[in-house]
Design a protein around this ligand. Sequence first.
Ligand SMILES: [Zn+2]
Length: 237
Amino acid sequence: MAAASVASATGAFVDTHCHLDEILTNLKVFPPYERAATDRETIFGAGCEAVVAQFCDPAAFSPSFAVYPDLLGLPGVYAAFGIHPHHARYWSDDIAARVLEALTHERAVAYGEIGLDFKVNRSPPDAQRECFRAQLRLALSLDPPKPVVLHCAHAEAEMLAILLGRCLPSVGGASPPTFIATPAMPITPPRSSRPSRPCSSASLGSSPTRPRAEFAPRSPAARSRSPACSLRRTVPT
Ligand SMILES: [Zn+2]
């Protein structure tokens, strides 16, 4: 996590999109994560008050491999749960049930990250579409509602269409939800020359108000805080 240099300039911060399980694996920090509790500056970065860890690999929900209960026992660690589009081919009723169970954890604050990634297509596009739509339906069924963290790569127009009306009004009740694209997810018309971004995210919340979208460029500071979305682990169960 490239957070220390940011924190030294700006003070305390909260990292709202952190692949903590992958970061710890790369640092060779394993359960029960004593080092994560005692060496927070190295693991989380100086000034990091809290993180929202994205548990979006099906392995995160495997009974024999799940690490989130241990990580969510650490101070300042919160979670989003979902299935990343890279892993959409593993979507099943069983995985859905495990995600929903994880979302009942008291530290679960968001559904995600989910979305579409037609840049690398680690899962077939149709599997991504099915997984994304199914998870939007699940997310909108949560009570109380939670924000949704979105991943979008080379799929902006299709994702926007889904969010604006092809999916959400049919599952969200009488009032379409509000969604807000954060500075981490500039939504632009698709262009063949558009440079790719390693990881785009946004939040989506349920609201009785009309749909509203906010568009903003991703700042250099935001880029440096967000780890690249480089999910490499494969799925044991
Ligand atoms: Zn990510």
